[in-house]
Ligand binder design. Sequence first.
Ligand code: SF4
Ligand code: SF4
Length: 373
Amino acid sequence: MTDPIVGARIWLPEAALQGLIDQLRASGYEVVGPRVADGAVTLVEVTSISEMPRGVRDEQEPGKYRLTVIEGAGLFDHVVGPHSLKPYLFPPRTTVLEVLKIRDSWDARVPEPPRPKRAVIGVRSCDLHALAIQDRVFLGGQHRDPEYAARREGLFLIAVNCSRSAPTCFCVSMNTGPKVDGGADLVLTELNTGFVVEVGTEKGGEVLRGLDIRESTLAEFAEATEVPQRAASQQTRRINLATVHDTLINNLEHPRWEDVAKRCLSCANCTMVCPTCFCSTVNEVTDLAGDVTTRERVWESCFNEEHSWTGSGAAHPTTKSRYRQWLTHKLATWVDQFGSSGCVGCGRCITWCPVGIDITEEVAAIEAKGGVA
Ligand code: SF4
Ligand code: SF4
């Protein structure tokens, strides 16, 4: 009997993936995985591998996303879609306070954060790096976010090494993929009839016990090693991590900011799909009878003018200043603030921008005409 200890490389036949899902569900986990909905591969609850996107490939380009079905392709032949782990840890809308009128007085309650046990199948390397960034934002420093912490505690992560890159991916240049380099309980690499599974944590090994598994052969391991290498070799977009900080900071008046502002709709799509963007605002909503007031934290975007309102007006009143704020934060001041880039090269902001603005192209244009001053 194979012992799936941490570091072990296991062979999991494709049919046994269902056993893994069943085992997780029996242990109380809600299982989330890739599933086609509304014309995209989303991350939602799955109970069976028959619900997963077999043979589905995504064609991605700036401002474009299409699905096609390829004969003989696998369960994980798609790349990243519009969803990431972000909404499962930092939901778009959270109630942070409820104030109830009880007779002639008011009772204020802070709701207990939910503590879901959730297993996510199909997480990619860039998204694990994005998770590490969000962990630093929400759990590092003096102020831990209780909602995020409660959701993070129950998270079980089954990552997948990408077998292909979309033309919009640039994780290689950001040192964030496509090979998973940590942060998951289990890491799958899909081959023709099953998966090579690397056991990342004891919890990961535990759920494999009792399944139809064996140690993977050297040939299977060698084949699995080539899978993310192939994906890496397909990437054409890149950002120069060594120079991008100074390039942006030294070119705040570059004419390219005006140029991109003419194309940008300030729609905020890029910040909504970005797995690292974490801005929020607080709204207070009162019911019609005036008996219940709810304070909600909702996602906010630096592309909205109100986001930068201060006592004397908006700090970023124009699209130019908002785009510049977003890009310089992602790739430059984020490094000063948190010690790493705020971008993991997932390419979502490129694909889901309705006018196809490409973060790598904007940086390259500033670099070409400005350079490091
Ligand atoms: S800025 Fe764009 S490419 Fe970078 S992490 Fe966010 S969505 Fe992905
Ligand atoms: S860069 Fe694209 S996605 Fe982002 S706000 Fe502008 S138009 Fe919208």
